[in-house]
Structures are given as structure tokens and as C-alpha cells.
Ligand binder design. Structure first.
Ligand code: GCB
Length: 596
């Protein structure tokens, strides 16, 4: 799905602003025609989570309605008029002037409808979106899961994941127009041949016979058959995209001939390759070490709503601290963030919200979860496939085998995991490789989780909390256990390893000598131990600290003040002591790969 854009053939109208809003706990709105207008509306910001804007909404996750009105410019008559929602968490339905346009499930990916047949030209159009975010065991991510870790964590609301289940229209709602004969899809892949870059552009179009592609100062013709065409452009002495030089070539696809084009679409192309060789990740054929964080889209007041000042600030802080990458834990981030990553040279591990998956509830329930995982994975690849920053797809974060507690305790032989669970993930690995053979695929494994689930990964990604959840308060013992496990994992799998999470809850301003848990000193010491352990192991291909910034969680005994405090920055983006230490270390070239 193409990101809407304004040019001489296409128009966009961003509906961000203050909408009418009303909760519908009895779920009567559809029968009562709330899509025509709300009887007891209060103002609501779009984009934003609704939870932190009114006292009574903090833990409200049920159904709610958003309504606004907009004229559609007269100049769009005769064009295809689309309505696009950037993110509605979790399920949504859209009405235009009282008629249902469509619905969508899954909280963090865009969806759009052709509403040409539903619009009025002589009066404002009523646009209504119904959103609900019930926590349910078969959703992805799941909530209200009985037993297991949920029993132990006792979170309120009952999320089965460690971040607040923010609800609402989290990204912009836009109207846009495109010509009847239009570019429907563009897929760009890049390769390197000696000093040259090879850029392949596959285009899907409706109602077009011919067109062209321009990349920088080169052009190639497109000739459509059954709606598809392809061009291949060789860029001599290509300037390759990477963290040190995130160079982007401007690409424009045009339909029709150059003198009277019918449609146009532009995007930026980074020429780069990503691959794995033994224990090393290769970006453009050169070894690269991923330094960075697991993040969240989270900020006070706006919740999970797209917050552009915070986006810009976060990228500035990533640069300041010397990071070159992050993982979109634990769901797809906004398209604006992916565009920033392209521009700033930040490598992305792009994850679907398949977090803390469990296999309970019977075969039908598991099949339903797999269906949702596949849908979200396909939609994510379709959305992000053209971003050079995205180097790896993550199909899951910390899925949980039924015997996880026993595995975590260790000791004794662990029986092999149920092969049906391995097959579940194999379907997702296969889906990614079929949809996008140009990127790496991973599954982010929990401590004690089955090695079988990691075996199909291109890069072994593991979350480890030695020195925090285990060996609590004992950094030396934690480090020894970490080193043992790293060596044994590499022996077994022979693939590059990224520790995608490690960290310690740290209350800013809390100091202790010698270092004790929750103090700034303990966080620094712990992170240092992991950085040193990795530096001594050439097969360690990256370190992502958990987390970039403190973030809100549900309430529970494990989370002081409903926050996860493992940030290296506070929630309002002020540095803890660890941030200064990291900035010094990560900004030294080669500091984490001695000898390179
Ligand atoms: C994890 C999860 C992450 C949590 C983190 C923690 O393993 O992947 O979502 O926030 O641990 O701090 O407990």
C-alpha cells in the first residue's frame, strides 16, 4: 500500500485535528446510527490514544466512536477518492455519510477504502470511525489470557504484554485522490554488482499501457502487461546507503508519456544489500554491528499517538548516543518513523505485534492467532518493503512454550518442544521469505525458550536478563551465565547473534555505591558487562538495550508507578547516567568490534 502523496496528479487532505468522540460501552451505536453524528460528543485529538486525555478513559478499552466532517475539493471529481487510516487500535469500521465503507483488524497497520461512490460534492461529508480494543486471548497481541505468566504478573488492564494497551486512532486519517488510471503498487529491490548498483522497479497499475521510471538522472521505459511492468536500472559507481552515508536516490514512476502523464508516484531509494555469512551480518558486503535499542511508541498525554516532535527528538538522541539501529518493539511503528530511519541511516528490525504468544485454547484458537499473524506480517511487508532502513523482519517477540517456567528454572533435561509450535513459526518464516527474499528474518526468543524456534532465523535474536530477572543483584554471576549461553548457542546454531533486549529498571536520580538494583550505577555496570561480553565474541552481531526510554505499562506488582524503568532516557527524554556512558563508548569507531 503506497503512502499518500501530493503531486501534480494526486492530492491529500489530512484530517488530523479535534474530532467528536463518544464511548459506546453497550455497543449500541451501530444499531442507533451513531455514524450519522454523536449525541453526547466530547472533543478528541486525532492522532492520539484516548486513554490519557480524560480521567474516565484511562482504562477504557471498549468500543468508541470518532466522527468528523469534511468537504472534498471539487477538483477531485472524476478521480478515485480514498480514505486511509494510518492505525486504529485494535479493530475498526468506517462509515462515509452513513454507509459502511469497510473494516480492519490489527492495531498498527494502515488500511484504506475506495469511497468514490459514497462522497457528496455539494456538502460536508460525515466520516465516522468505530474503534474497539478489547483484550482477547485470540488477538495479536493477546489479552485476558488465563493462567501461566498472566497469573504471576496480575496486570490491570490484563494485557499479556509489557506495555500499556493504548487505544484509539493512533495515526493520521487522510483523504486522498488518485487518477482512475493509476499506479497501484511499486516494489523496489536493489543489488550491488562491483561498484554499480542495480535497481529493479516493479510497478502495478490500473488502466495503463506504458510509462517510465526515472532514478536520479537515468530513465527506463515501462510496458504493462496484465497490469504489471518492470524496469531495471544500473547505477554506475553507486553511492550505497548505510548508517554512515544514508544516501537516497529520488525515484519517480510515471504513467503515460512524458508530455501528458496520467499519474506519478515518487519515493526515495537507498541502494543496499543485507546478508549473513557465518556469524556476521553484512551490509553492502561489509560486516556491521547493530548498536541500539528496543523502543516503544510511547509518550505522556499522546500515548501511542503519532507524535512528530518526539519522533524527531528520538532520532536526534539516537544519533547523539551513537546508535545505528533499533527494533520496532513490539509492533509496526508509524510510516513517518520509517521515513526518518531511511533519511537518518538507522537500521530497523521491523516487528509485528506477535508478543508473548501462547499456545493454549485449542487448535482453532491457535489457527486464529496464526491467521492474524500472517495478515499482519503480509500487511507490514507490503507497507515497509521499500524502506532501505528495514533490514530484518521479526515474526515474534518472546513466544512462550507451555513449559516455560520449567525451562526458565533450568536444571535437568528439557524435553523437545511440540513440533506443531515450530511449524507455526515456520509458516511465518516462509511467508516472509516468499514475500521478500531480499531481507533477513528473525524470531526474538525469550530466556529459556526453545532453540528449535530459532533454528530457521537468519540472525539469532535473544532477550536476556541475566543480572536482573535471574542472578538478581549479582552482575558477575549474571555475566558468567550470559557468556556460557552465548557460546553454547553459537555452537549449536552457527549464526550471528543479536541480544535484542537486556537491561535493568533504573530510577533516574537513584544512586548507590556499590551498585545495587534500581540505581543508575547498576544500570551502567550491567550494560557494560554485556557490551564487554559481546566485544569478546566475533559472532555477536548486535546489541539492543532494553529500552531506549522509560515507558508506560499496565498496573501491577512488577511495575512501579505503571512504568517500565529500563530506559536509558526517562520518558520525557532526559538522559540517565548510562546514556552518557553509552554516548562516549558508541561514538568511538570500532569500539564494539575490536580489530575492525
Ligand atoms: C521482555 C519483553 C519486554 C519487556 C521486558 C521487561 O522480555 O520482551 O516487552 O518490557 O522483557 O522489561 O521485562
Amino acid at each position: 500500500m503506497l503512502y499518500p502523496q501530493q503531486n501534480d496528479k494526486r492530492n491529500c487532505l489530512d484530517l488530523s485535528g479535534i474530532w467528536d468522540f463518544q464511548i459506546d460501552p453497550g455497543e449500541v451505536g451501530e444499531a442507533e446510527g451513531w455514524f450519522n453524528g454523536l449525541a453526547a460528543a466530547r472533543p478528541m485529538a486525532v492522532p492520539a490514544s484516548w486513554n490519557d486525555l480524560y480521567d474516565d478513559l484511562r482504562d477504557y478499552l471498549g468500543m468508541a466512536w470518532y466522527v468528523t466532517e469534511s468537504y472534498i475539493p471539487a477538483g477531485w471529481q472524476g478521480e478515485q477518492v480514498m480514505l486511509r487510516v494510518g492505525s486504529a487500535n485494535y479493530a475498526a469500521k468506517v462509515w462515509i455519510n452513513g454507509t459502511l465503507a469497510g473494516g480492519h483488524e490489527g492495531g498498527h497497520l494502515p488500511f484504506e477504502f475506495d469511497i468514490s461512490g459514497l462522497v457528496r460534492w455539494d456538502a460536508p461529508n460525515t466520516i465516522a470511525v468505530q474503534v474497539e480494543n478489547h483484550l482477547m486471548p485470540n488477538r495479536v497481541p493477546a489479552g485476558n489470557v488465563e493462567g501461566g505468566m498472566a497469573l504471576f504478573m496480575r496486570m490491570f488492564p490484563a494485557a499479556t504484554f509489557d506495555f500499556y494497551p493504548y487505544s484509539g486512532l493512533h495515526r493520521a486519517v487522510q483523504l486522498y485522490s488518485r487518477p482512475q488510471s493509476h499506479i497501484a503498487n511499486v516494489t523496489v529491490t536493489t543489488d550491488i554488482d562491483g561498484a554499480d548498483g542495480i535497481v529493479t522497479v516493479a510497478v502495478e497499475a490500473e488502466g495503463a499501457a506504458s510509462g517510465s521510471v526515472r532514478l536520479g538522472d537515468q530513465a527506463a521505459a515501462l510496458s504493462f502487461q496484465n497490469g504489471t511492468a518492470q524496469a531495471r536500472i544500473r547505477v554506475t559507481n553507486a553511492r550505497l546507503w548505510g548508517p554512515d552515508d544514508p544516501y537516497l536516490y529520488p525515484l519517480t514512476v510515471t504513467l503515460g508519456d512524458a508530455t501528458s502523464p496520467t499519474d506519478r508516484y515518487s519515493l526515495d531509494v537507498g541502494i543496499r544489500t543485507i546478508a549473513v555469512e557465518g556469524g556476521t551480518i553484512l551490509l553492502n558486503g561489509q560486516s556491521i554491528f547493530l548498536k541500539g535499542f528496543g523502543k516503544h511508541e510511547d509518550f505522556s498525554v499522546s500515548g501511542r499517538g503519532d507524535n512528530r516532535p518526539v519522533t524527531v527528538k528520538d532520532y536526534a538522541l539516537l544519533k547523539w548516543i551513537g546508535a545505528n539501529s533499533y527494533r520496532t518493539a513490539h509492533y509496526p511503528y508509524s510510516e513517518e518513523q520509517m521515513r526518518m530511519a531511511d533519511r537518518e541511516g538507522i537500521l530497523i528490525i521491523d516487528e509485528i505485534p506477535n508478543v508473548s504468544l501462547q499456545f493454549g485454547g485449542g487448535d482453532e484458537a491457535v489457527a486464529e492467532r496464526l491467521r492474524m499473524c500472517k495478515q499482519q506480517m503480509s500487511e507490514l511487508i507490503a507497507r515497509d518493503k521499500n524502506h532501505p532502513s528495514v533490514v530484518m523482519w521479526s515474526i515474534a517477540n518472546e513466544p512462550m512454550p507451555p513449559d516455560l517456567m520449567r525451562r526458565m528454572m533450568g536444571g535437568g533435561d528439557v524435553p523437545p518442544v511440540d513440533p506443531a509450535t515450530t511449524a507455526f513459526f515456520q509458516e511465518l518464516y516462509d511467508l516472509c521469505r516468499a514475500a521478500d527474499p531480499t531481507r533477513l528474518v528473525t524470531l526474538v526468543g525469550v530466556g529459556g525458550g526453545p532453540v528449535e524456534w530459532l533454528a530457521s532465523s537468519d540472525v539469532v535474536c535473544i532477550n536476556r536478563y541475566y543480572g536482573w530477572y535471574s542472578q538478581s543483584g549479582q552482575l558477575d554471576a549474571g555475566r558468567a551465565a550470559l557468556e556460557n549461553e552465548l557460546d553454547s548457542l553459537y555452537d549449536q546454531l552457527g549464526k550471528p547473534i543479536i541480544i535484542t533486549e537486556f537491561g535493568a529498571d533504573t530510577l533516574a536520580g537513584n544512586h548507590s555505591h556499590p551498585p545495587a538494583m534500581w540505581s543508575e550505577e547498576y544500570q551502567v555496570e550491567m550494560l557494560w558487562g554485556y557490551l564487554d561480553a559481546a566485544a569478546a565474541r566475533p559472532f555477536l552481531a548486535g546489541l539492543h538495550i532494553w529500552n531506549f526510554a522509560d515507558f508506560k505499562t499496565a498496573q501491577g506488582i512488577m511495575r512501579a508507578a505503571s512504568m517500565n524503568h529500563k530506559g536509558v532516557f526517562t520518558r520525557d527524554r532526559q538522559p540517565k547516567m548510562a546514556a552518557h556512558f553509552l554516548a562516549e563508548r558508541w561514538n568511538q569507531p570500532g569500539s564494539d568490534r575490536p580489530g575492525e
